[in-house]
Structures are given as structure tokens and as C-alpha cells.
Design a protein around this ligand. Structure first.
Ligand code: ADP
Ligand code: MG
Length: 250
């Protein structure tokens, strides 16, 4: 579902991604960990067309992200084509960014109606199902300010799912939450994974990584230092940098 082959990204003179190579199979969950500034968010943003890759190749579901390949040369995709690719990818951020003046239900209905031209009645029915799936059937008419952080984040997940993505990206989805609210969000993500969704999750929730992830990826300095099955990597990290990072985390 995702194939990164030596993906590079700089901001001016700052080389943030220095050749990320990574493969995530359809239906797999990959957890990304690494020190602050190691490029985790930038990598997710490249996958989701929020940043442009400078060098290397990045594919989602077999399509080159943001470019078309013609005669051995890369051409930037027309914005309309890029937007089409992007529709298949859902993203959940640390800060939920719900529309504050819309109810939970309206937040979930919005994108399919505007972007996918779904019929409002059908989008509404689907949105109710999604709110039910994230445990918020009774909060459909609540406004974001009336919801806890954990509930808002679950609405944000439902909103991303409303576009029927084939890939979900999570960038530290629980790190802005009070500790007692983290579990309810992780459990929604765990259910999503159990349903077969392909997910890339930046998180430092090692319990989640151990239980749910198929692959744990340690990034540092803009490269993948090591990746593998979570239990094996956590029990027996091969690189000194991984060991040092994990020892501070656990
Ligand atoms: P992480 O998510 O692992 O903490 P980021 O991907 O957010 O790391 O950032 C990696 C580096 O890239 C940081 O040094 C950050 O300052 C830099 N960076 C990220 N976005 C930009 C930008 N738009 N312009 C300049 N520098 C950026
Ligand atoms: Mg980040």
C-alpha cells in the first residue's frame, strides 16, 4: 500500500528526510517512533501531499505520489490529479481541528458532500454509522466544545473515515490528550486495524505498538535506522541509537 524508496525532503538548507525507505503492506499497521525533529511528521505529510518529495520515489497503492512518470522523467501531477490521489488518504492530527460551529455529525458529513458530491441524506446516514463505530452515537448533535478531547479526536477519526480512505495516517493522535482519555482513542484505532485498515501511526504509545502494529519503525536524523516486528525490536534493538531512544522512553 505504501512504498518509500529513498525519499528525500529539504527545507532550504535543512535536510529533513535523507532517504527514507519503508514498505507497508495492505492491511498492515506500521508505528513510527523517533526523537522529536527526526522527520516523522514530514514523512506523513509527504505521503498526504502536504509536502513535495525532492528525491526518491513514494508510492501509494501503486501510484507515484504527486508525480507522473513519462519517458523516464518525472512530471508534477496536475493539482486536480493530486487532489484525487489525496482523497484516498485519511489523516488524523495531534490537534483535532474540528469545525467549531458545526455539530459532530455535521463535521463528519461535510467532506463526502463537498468533495465527493455524495448525497446529503446518504452521507448523513453513513456519518451516523461512523459515529456509532467510534462510540459516539449519542453525541451526534454535540458541538466540539461540548466534547472531551478524546471524544473530539474520535469525531476526527470518524470524519477521516467518511471519505472511505484506503490508508489512514495518524500523527501523534493521543499526545494532546489527558492520560485518562488516551485509551478510548487507541481502542478505536485498534478496532480500525482489526477491520483491516492500512495505517501508519506516529506514536510513543508502546503498548499500542506492541499489541497492534505489524511493524515498528525507528527513525532518526531523517532515515529509518531500523524496522521490524514490534516485540522483537523492543526486546532486542540492533542499533545503539534505537537502544538509547527506547531506554529513555520505557
Ligand atoms: P518530527 O515529527 O519527527 O518531530 P518533523 O518532521 O516535524 O519531525 O520536523 C523535522 C525537521 O524539519 C525539524 O527540524 C523541523 O524544524 C523541520 N521542518 C519541518 N517542517 C518545516 C518547514 N515547513 N519549514 C522548515 N523546516 C521545517
Ligand atoms: Mg511530529
Amino acid at each position: 500500500m505504501v512504498l518509500a524508496d529513498r525519499v528525500c525532503k529539504s527545507f532550504g538548507a535543512v535536510h529533513v528526510l535523507e532517504g527514507i525507505s519503508l514498505e507497508v503492506e495492505r492491511g498492515q499497521v506500521a508505528c513510527l517512533i523517533g526523537p522529536s525533529g527526526s522527520g516523522k511528521s514530514t514523512f506523513l505529510r509527504c505521503i498526504n501531499h502536504l509536502e513535495r518529495v525532492d528525491a526518491g520515489r513514494l508510492y501509494v497503492d501503486g501510484s507515484l505520489v504527486g508525480y507522473a512518470e513519462r519517458g523516464g522523467k518525472l512530471h508534477e501531477l496536475h493539482p486536480r490529479e493530486a487532489a484525487k490521489q489525496r482523497r484516498d488518504i485519511g489523516m488524523v492530527f495531534q490537534h483535532f481541528n474540528l469545525f467549531p460551529h458545526r455539530t459532530a455529525l455535521a463535521n463528519v458529513v461535510e467532506a463526502p458532500v463537498l468533495v465527493k458530491k455524495a448525497r446529503r441524506s446518504e452521507a448523513t446516514e453513513r456519518a451516523r454509522d461512523l459515529l456509532d463505530r467510534v462510540g459516539l452515537a449519542d453525541k451526534a448533535d454535540a458541538y466540539p466544545a461540548q466534547l472531551s478531547g478524546g471524544q473530539q479526536q474520535r469525531v476526527a477519526i470518524a470524519r477521516a473515515l467518511a471519505m472511505e480512505p484506503k490508508l489512514m495516517l495518524f500523527d501523534e493522535p493521543t499526545s494532546a490528550l489527558d492520560p485518562e482519555l488516551v485509551g478510548e482513542v487507541l481502542s478505536v484505532m485498534q478496532n480500525l486495524a482489526a477491520g483491516g485498515m492500512t495505517m501508519i501511526v506516529v506514536t510513543h504509545e508502546m503498548g499500542f505498538a506492541r499489541e497492534v502494529a505489524d511493524q515498528l519503525v525507528f527513525m532518526d536524523g531523517g532515515v529509518v535506522v531500523e524496522a521490524g516486528a514490534p516485540r522483537a525490536l523492543l526486546a532486542n534493538p540492533q542499533h545503539e541509537r534505537t537502544q538509547a531512544f527506547l531506554s529513555k522512553l520505557l
